[in-house]
Design a protein around this ligand. Structure first.
Ligand code: SAH
Length: 261
């Protein structure tokens, strides 16, 4: 008996053992003793994770897959969580222990998975796995590239990212319509930015809201002083501004706000 693929849960099961093993191998295994696999499905990758020295936990939203895992992976036992990754409080599961995340992720909630990881970054030194190729490329994109955008900047503020390899639709059942991409993120030394997270996010989102325009016009709604807007960075388009550039800009805006009061 195997699990029937459900489209609304983004289920595309890997059928290629060597790809499953290659993805299971991307983690460095340094700095944590626990790994959480998101969306194990029928455990195609889980069996390779279980051969590693860390303790594997899995979280799976689909009841049918959970039953399959309970029947076939007895030693996972209490470490199978039949829950929604986007809703679970990771502190409850891991207390204050560091853990890595891995998965052949459900593509319909890719960015939400990444943003939730960023929210819980104090616990998560490493995150790696497979997304729709374009999403993996966006997460890892450098400034100046066409795919560089909100998710690139917001992720790279906290994690160093690296695109690893591309996987074709033919190794899935059912095959997705798109290529897939495997990538890895490693947490930076500083957990916190030297500026307000909230303002940083607002600046990045507002800037890329109008991607083709110069920062001068796309950031108009923030009501910045003329003095600040005379700075060089305002003559750039958001896709030309580095992560550090956005952080420096946020610091200037914070100061500007204080001097405007
Ligand atoms: N890792 C398996 C399955 C990948 S498909 C393989 O490679 O074969 C993605 C999996 O994520 C599915 O099993 C789906 O049920 C699960 N999933 C979807 N949304 C989820 C969520 N919010 N939380 C946890 N698992 C989820």
């Amino acid at each position: 008996m195997s699990v029937r693929a459900k489209k609304h849960l983004g289920q595309h099961f890997l059928t290629d053992e060597s790809i499953a093993e290659q993805i299971a191998d991307i983690l460095s295994e340094k700095g944590y003793e626990n790994v959480l696999e998101i969306g194990p499905g029928m455990g195609m990758m889980t069996k390779y994770l279980l051969q590693k020295k860390y303790t594997t936990h899995v979280i799976e939203i689909d009841d049918e897959s959970v039953e399959y895992l309970q029947a076939h992976y007895l030693h996972l036992g209490p470490r199978i969580y039949g829950k929604d990754f986007l809703k679970i409080d990771l502190n409850d599961v891991f207390k204050d222990q560091q853990f890595a995340i891995i998965g052949n992720f459900p593509y319909n909630i890719s960015s939400q998975i990444v943003f939730r990881t960023i929210d819980f970054r104090a616990l998560i030194p490493e995150f790696g796995g497979m997304f729709q190729k374009e999403v993996a490329q966006r997460i890892c994109a450098a400034p100046g590239s066409k795919t560089y955008g909100i998710i690139s900047v917001l992720t790279q503020a906290y994690y160093d990212t690296e695109y690893l390899f591309t996987v074709p639709p033919t190794v899935f059942n059912p095959p997705p319509k798109v290529d897939s991409g495997v990538m890895i993120m490693k947490r930076k030394k500083d957990l916190f930015l030297p500026v307000s997270d909230k303002l940083f996010k607002q600046v990045v989102k507002t800037a890329f809201g109008q991607r083709r325009k110069m920062m001068r016009s796309s950031l108009k709604s923030l009501n910045l002083s003329d003095e600040l807007r005379a700075q060089d960075i305002f003559n750039k388009r958001p896709e030309q501004v580095s992560v550090e550039g956005f952080i420096e800009l946020t610091a200037l805006i914070e100061k500007d706000g204080i001097s405007n009061q």
